[in-house]
Design a protein. Structure first.
Length: 392
C-alpha cells in the first residue's frame, strides 16, 4: 500500500471517530436501530429542552396584572382542550334510589351532563335544613375501571359484586374509609360521578384498560380529546352541584386522590366556583415526569393528555391558575409515581405564584412519609383544610 493511501486511511479514521463521538449517546448505542425505548422516544431530552412555558406566571410581563395573566392562561387551556360536548339545556335530575345513613341522606341520581349524554351520580346530603358547603369528590384511576364514584362514596347495596369491589379498593387506597362519606358526616354535601369509561360510563363489552387508549385515539380521529371531555364534564357537573337548593354555591370545594387529584386542580383552575381544592398524590413537573433520570415515565396515557398544552403551561403552572384561592397538595415520599425532586420543584413554582398574589398562606403543600394513597390521616387533613376554607 502506498504511503499516501495509508495517510488517507488515517485521515478517514480520525474523521469517522470524531463524527461518531459527536453523536448523541443513544444514537451511538442503538446505531439508529430504534427511536423509542420503553414508552418514550430516545430524543425525549430534546423535546424537553424546547418547553419554555411562555404563559407560566414566572414568565409573565411585569406590566401584566395577575388577573390579566390568569385570564389569558385560562383561555389558552380551554383553547387547547378543543371541541367539547355541548352543555345541557336543563339538568333534568331524577332520584333513582335513596337511603338514610348516619347523619346524612344518600341518593343515587341521574341527570343530563350534556346534550349528548346523561350520567348517574351519588349525592350525600347532611341532615338539617338550610344550605350546606359542598365538595365534588373526584375518583382515582388505578387502571381499575369497573367502579368509579364507588371508590369515594359507599355504594348502595344493590349489587354485592360492586360493594365487594368498592370495599376492597377503599381498603387498599383509602385506609378503609370512604372519603365522600367521611366528609358528609362532617356536614358537607358530597357529589361524585364517573369519569368517561369508568363505572356506569363504561363499555358495553365490559371494562378493559387496554381499550382506553384505543377509544381515546378514535375520538382524536373525530377531532375531540377524551381527557378534555373529562375536565369539561367535571366543570359542568360542578355547575350542577352549585345549582342544588341545599348547596351554598359560595362554599364549594373539590377533592381527590391520584387522577382524582389531577382532576381536582384542573377543575379548580377552570371553574371559579371551586373555592378550595384538596389534591392528594398528583403534582409534578413535566421534566421529572417524562425522563429516564428517575427510571419511570407517565402511565396515565390519554387520561391526562391535552394536545399542545405543554407548549404553553406546565402542570404546576395550570394549578397556579387557582391562586389566590385555597389549595392543599399532599405528596408521598414513597410514591413511586411521582419522584420527590419533581414534586418539590412543582410545589416551589406554585408557592411563588401564591406569593405573587400575596396569598401564600392559602396554599398548603405537604410531603409526607407515605406512598400513593389517601389514608385516614390525609382525609383528616383534607377535612381540616376544607373547614378552614369553607366554614369560616
Amino acid at each position: 500500500m502506498k504511503s499516501s493511501d495509508k495517510l488517507f486511511g488515517k485521515i478517514l479514521g480520525v474523521l469517522f471517530f470524531y463524527l461518531f463521538a459527536s453523536l448523541p449517546l443513544t444514537a451511538q448505542i442503538t446505531g439508529w436501530g430504534y427511536e423509542y425505548q420503553g414508552e418514550i422516544p430516545i430524543y425525549i431530552d430534546s423535546l424537553q429542552s424546547r418547553l419554555t412555558y411562555p404563559l407560566a406566571y414566572r414568565n409573565k410581563d411585569v406590566a401584566t396584572s395577575n388577573e390579566e395573566w390568569r385570564k389569558e392562561a385560562q383561555a389558552k387551556v380551554w383553547e387547547c382542550m378543543g371541541v367539547l360536548p355541548p352543555r345541557p339545556e336543563s339538568w333534568d335530575m331524577e332520584v333513582l334510589a335513596e337511603e338514610q345513613r348516619d347523619g346524612y341522606k344518600a341518593q343515587q341520581i341521574e341527570f343530563s351532563l350534556s346534550k349528548w349524554y346523561r350520567v348517574k351520580a351519588y349525592l350525600l346530603i347532611p341532615d338539617g335544613k338550610g344550605k350546606h358547603p359542598a365538595v365534588n369528590v373526584l375518583h382515582d384511576h388505578g387502571a381499575h375501571l369497573t367502579i368509579g364514584k364507588e371508590k369515594v362514596i359507599r355504594p348502595f347495596a344493590v349489587d354485592s359484586a360492586i360493594v365487594r369491589d368498592a370495599d376492597e379498593w377503599v381498603a387498599q387506597l383509602y385506609d378503609g374509609q370512604y372519603l365522600g362519606d367521611y366528609l358528609a358526616t362532617h356536614g358537607y354535601v358530597v357529589f361524585s360521578t364517573d369519569m368517561p369509561l369508568w363505572g356506569e360510563r363504561g363499555r358495553k363489552e365490559g371494562a378493559d384498560r387496554k381499550k382506553y387508549d384505543i377509544i381515546a385515539g378514535n375520538m382524536m380521529m373525530a377531532g375531540v380529546n377524551l381527557c378534555a371531555f373529562t375536565h369539561a364534564d367535571d366543570v359542568v357537573a360542578t355547575d350542577f352541584l352549585a345549582s342544588l337548593p341545599f348547596v351554598d354555591k359560595e362554599r364549594i370545594g373539590a377533592a381527590g386522590l391520584s387522577i382524582g387529584s389531577y382532576r381536582a386542580w384542573m377543575l379548580a383552575a377552570l371553574n371559579d366556583k371551586v373555592k378550595a381544592a384538596c389534591c392528594d398524590c398528583w403534582m409534578i413537573t413535566t421534566e421529572a415526569q417524562l425522563t429516564r433520570k428517575y427510571g419511570r415515565k407517565e402511565n396515565g396515557g390519554f387520561a391526562n393528555a391535552i394536545p399542545g398544552l405543554r407548549n404553553w403551561l406546565d402542570y404546576p403552572d395550570i394549578a397556579s391558575l387557582v391562586a389566590p384561592r385555597y389549595m392543599l397538595f399532599i405528596a408521598g415520599k414513597k410514591d413511586k409515581l411521582f419522584p420527590v425532586p419533581g414534586v418539590e420543584k412543582a410545589f416551589s413554582i406554585m408557592h411563588d405564584v401564591w406569593k405573587g398574589w400575596g396569598a401564600d398562606g392559602k396554599l398548603q403543600t405537604l410531603l409526607l412519609d407515605q406512598g400513593h394513597e389517601c389514608n385516614k390521616e390525609n382525609q383528616r387533613v383534607m377535612l381540616e383544610f376544607l373547614d378552614k376554607a369553607l366554614k369560616k
